[in-house]
Design a protein around this ligand. Structure first.
Ligand code: RNT
Ligand code: ZN
Length: 414
């Protein structure tokens, strides 16, 4: 079937595929720089810590800012749609021989990222890095009982607010700044309250750093558990949600790898939209735990996209990818994940959401089931191809040839 025929077929159920394509072209999705080097960054030599883990040892990992940017460019060239760049504080770029600790980093250490983003018309999102550092004391940062430790990380958070504002001013696009820490306890703690009170007060101190709420959008990301901190996570779901609800300008961020395995973020999105003007998402693929596998075009991914699109919330939900796989070609991983989320959004945009809602309101669940099943087999592939064509990106699996060539010519020579 050609796009013309597909378009007709969708029009029969009231879907305008041209319009869907037009909308998606302009919807920013945040692309995480950390898929390119297994969440290591440039400000330390040590391993990834803090309850998260990359597994695998595929050759060709980026080790310098230039390599990472080159890889990002290759990946971006194979992804349709609008991108925003997502940078972590540990990706600060220092002059030769320079080292600045996280409590003292400045906008100038991210100037190369700004140049990179501006040249590609991208906004930038930011993340303080509260892990992979020797000032993480006994698995705690912002919630540590040790004042010096807490202070260090509060200063880091404040420095990141200043850097976020710099990003927003330079790019002209608001910067979403996400606070996630792996703070927690491996075994049964004797006090679950005071760490949370300290965590709350520390985040409040960070947010007291002057900033324009239209430019910097701070978020708090919750988690159920991490490796090595299985018994208690300080920034739990209830903690983060309550914090965001009670602090104006602070958004809740849901990572779909951070819940019990049968909980679904697709159902949580509308629940939060009923209360919060804006929310943020980390889109990942958990297998049995927060494994951060590459995002695929699977049922729950599609369900999440549907909730954003059919509730007209594309301007209220900040979408960011967050996965890392070191066992396969890292550029391919980037591309598959980004394309999958694009497919999910496009498919949601090609769904006759209004008429399906009406069937539900009329309690016509029979027809609703039939229609939802029918739509699954509509010629979506043709719409996807057209979308890629409009975006000037290879639609078929042939994009992988590009990655293979790049692997041979660049990655394997590293
Ligand atoms: C970890 C969180 C967090 C990180 C990134 C690198 O479980 O999901 O968002 O993945 O900050
Ligand atoms: Zn996350």
């Amino acid at each position: 079937m050609s796009y013309i025929d597909a378009k007709k077929k969708y029009a029969e159920v009231g879907v305008d595929t041209d319009r869907a394509i037009e909308i998606l072209k302009n919807l920013p999705v945040s692309l995480h720089c950390w898929q390119g080097d297994d969440v290591i960054g440039f400000d330390h030599d040590g391993p990834l810590t803090g309850g998260i883990q990359t597994t695998g040892n595929y050759p060709g990992k980026a080790k310098t800012p230039d390599e990472l940017m080159q890889d990002l460019d290759k990946a971006i060239s194979l992804m349709p749609g609008k991108k925003k760049l997502n940078v972590h504080a540990c990706y600060a770029i220092f002059e030769d021989g320079e080292f600045v600790d996280r409590d003292k980093i400045e906008p100038k250490h991210f100037k190369k990222w700004v140049d990179f983003a501006k040249e590609r018309n991208m906004g930038i999102d930011f993340n303080p890095t509260f892990f992979s550092h020797d000032k993480v004391k006994d698995n705690l940062t912002l919630s540590s009982p040790d004042e010096e430790t807490r202070k260090f990380w509060i200063e880091h958070g404040k420095a990141c607010i200043r850097i976020s504002e710099y990003f927003a001013k330079e790019t002209g696009i608001p910067c979403v700044m996400n606070i996630w820490t792996g703070d927690g306890f491996k075994d049964i703690p004797s006090d679950r309250l005071n760490p949370r009170i300290r965590y709350k007060e520390s985040i409040e101190e960070i947010l007291s750093e002057p900033h324009d709420p239209n430019l910097v959008k701070p978020c708090v990301e919750s988690k159920v558990f991490g490796i090595g901190v299985e018994a208690c996570t300080v920034g739990s779901a209830e903690f983060a949600l309550s914090f965001a609800a009670l602090h104006e300008g602070c958004l809740p961020l849901m990572d779909n790898g951070h819940y019990h395995p049968t909980e679904v973020v697709s159902d949580k999105i509308p629940a939060l939209l009923a209360f919060f003007p804006e929310i943020a998402l980390h889109i990942t693929r958990p297998i049995r735990w927060d494994s951060d596998h590459v995002v695929l075009y699977d049922d729950e991914t599609r369900e999440m996209a549907k909730e954003i699109v059919r509730n007209n919330a594309t301007d209220r939900v900040y979408m960011a990818l967050d996965y890392f796989d070191a066992s396969i070609n890292r550029i391919s991983a980037w591309v598959v994940g980004f394309r999958s989320w694009q497919k999910a959004l496009l498919s949601a945009l090609c769904t006759p959401n209004e008429s399906l809602k009406k069937l539900q309101d009329e309690n016509n669940m029979t027809e609703l089931m039939v229609m939802q099943e029918e739509i699954k087999l509509f010629p979506f592939g043709d719409v996807w191809e057209e979308y890629c064509r409009v975006c000037g990106v290879e639609a078929s699996f042939k994009w992988l040839d590009e990655v293979k060539k790049y692997e041979e010519e660049v990655l394997l020579k590293r």
